[in-house]
Design a protein around this ligand. Structure first.
Ligand code: ADE
Length: 269
C-alpha cells in the first residue's frame, strides 16, 4: 500500500507537456491525482526543451551512419534527468535505487491486462519506494546509449508506431491507475472490467425500458439475481466468442473446458 504521508512521484520527461493536461485535469485520473481521497501521488512534467545546451540548442540531431529523421540526444535527456528529476526531487547521488525509469517505444514489451496488473502491483505497492520516471520518445528515436544506461523498462502499447511516446504514457497511466485502491469509486468495478476473467463485459442497459422499439431483456427486470447472473455470463461468453475468439480460446483453456457451447450473435463461426 502506498505510504499516505510521503507523496509517490511520477515524473514525465516530454517535449510536449501540454499533452498531459487532460489526464491531469479531467475525470477519474484527475480525481485520483488531485481529489479529496488524497491519494499520495504527484505528477511532475519535465519539459525536455528546457534542458538543451546553448552550444547545440536542439534536443535532437541527425543519426550517425545516415538515415532519415532526427534522434533525441542522450546528453539532453541526461540533463533533463539530472536537473529536472534528480535535483528537483532531491534524490541525491544514489538516485538509481530511488527511481524506476520507463521508456515507451514500439520495441518494448506489449501492454495488456496482465502486464498492466503486474506493473500496477509492482510500482504502486511493494516497490513504492521507487518513484516512476517516464521518458517519452520522439522523432526517429532516442540515442541508444541513454536507453542502455538509464532505462529500466521499455513498454509498447501495441504493434504500431505513434509519433511520440506521450499518448502511450497516458494510456499506461490511465489503465494502471485504475488498479490503485481508491481510484475507482466502486472498488468492484475494475474486477468487473472486460479482460479481468478473459471475457468481455456483458452489455448494459438503463432507462428508458424501451428505446426505438427495442426493449431491455426481460430477465434483467425480473429481480431474480441468479437468473440475471446466468444471463450475464452467457452474454459475456457469446460476446467474447463473437468479438475476440482469441480471448475465448484462452478462457476455455484456463477454465479447463475444451469447448463451450454458447450462442453466436453474428450467426457466423
Ligand atoms: N512510441 C511510438 N510508438 C509507440 C508504441 N507503439 N508504444 C509505445 N510507445 C511508442
Amino acid at each position: 500500500m502506498i505510504d499516505t504521508v510521503k507523496k509517490f512521484k511520477i515524473w514525465i520527461i516530454t517535449i510536449f507537456p501540454e499533452y498531459f493536461r487532460p489526464l491531469l485535469d479531467c475525470g477519474v485520473t484527475a480525481n485520483a491525482l488531485n481529489g479529496p481521497n488524497g491519494l499520495a501521488l504527484e505528477v511532475n512534467l519535465v519539459p525536455l526543451g528546457n534542458y538543451t545546451f546553448q552550444k547545440y540548442k536542439g534536443i535532437d540531431d541527425t543519426p550517425f551512419g545516415g538515415g532519415p529523421g532526427m534522434i533525441v540526444r542522450a546528453d539532453v535527456l541526461k540533463n533533463a534527468l539530472d536537473c529536472g528529476v534528480v535535483n528537483a526531487g532531491n534524490y541525491g547521488g544514489s538516485y538509481r535505487d530511488k527511481l524506476h525509469i520507463v521508456y515507451t517505444s514500439p520495441r518494448g514489451k506489449v501492454w495488456n491486462r496482465d502486464y498492466c496488473k503486474e506493473f500496477s502491483g509492482r510500482v504502486w505497492t511493494e516497490n513504492a519506494s521507487r518513484d516512476l520516471v517516464f521518458i517519452c520518445g520522439r522523432y526517429e528515436g532516442v540515442d541508444e546509449r541513454f536507453l542502455q544506461k538509464y532505462v529500466d523498462e521499455e513498454i509498447s502499447i501495441g504493434d504500431y508506431v505513434l509519433t511520440g511516446g506521450e499518448i502511450a504514457v497516458m494510456a499506461i497511466l490511465d489503465s494502471a491507475l485504475r488498479y490503485l485502491p481508491g481510484v475507482l469509486g466502486n472498488r468492484e468495478s475494475s474486477q468487473k472490467d472486460s479482460f479481468e476473467d478473459y471475457l468481455l463485459e456483458n452489455g448494459q442497459y438503463t432507462k428508458p425500458r424501451e428505446f426505438e422499439g427495442v426493449v431491455v431483456p426481460e430477465v434483467l427486470l425480473s429481480g431474480n439475481h441468479k437468473k440475471i447472473a446466468e444471463y450475464h455470463l452467457a452474454e459475456k461468453l457469446a460476446l467474447t466468442k463473437q468479438y475476440r475468439p482469441d480471448l475465448f480460446l484462452k478462457f476455455n483453456k484456463l477454465s479447463g473446458k475444451a469447448t463451450q457451447k454458447v450462442g453466436n450473435k453474428s450467426g457466423k463461426d
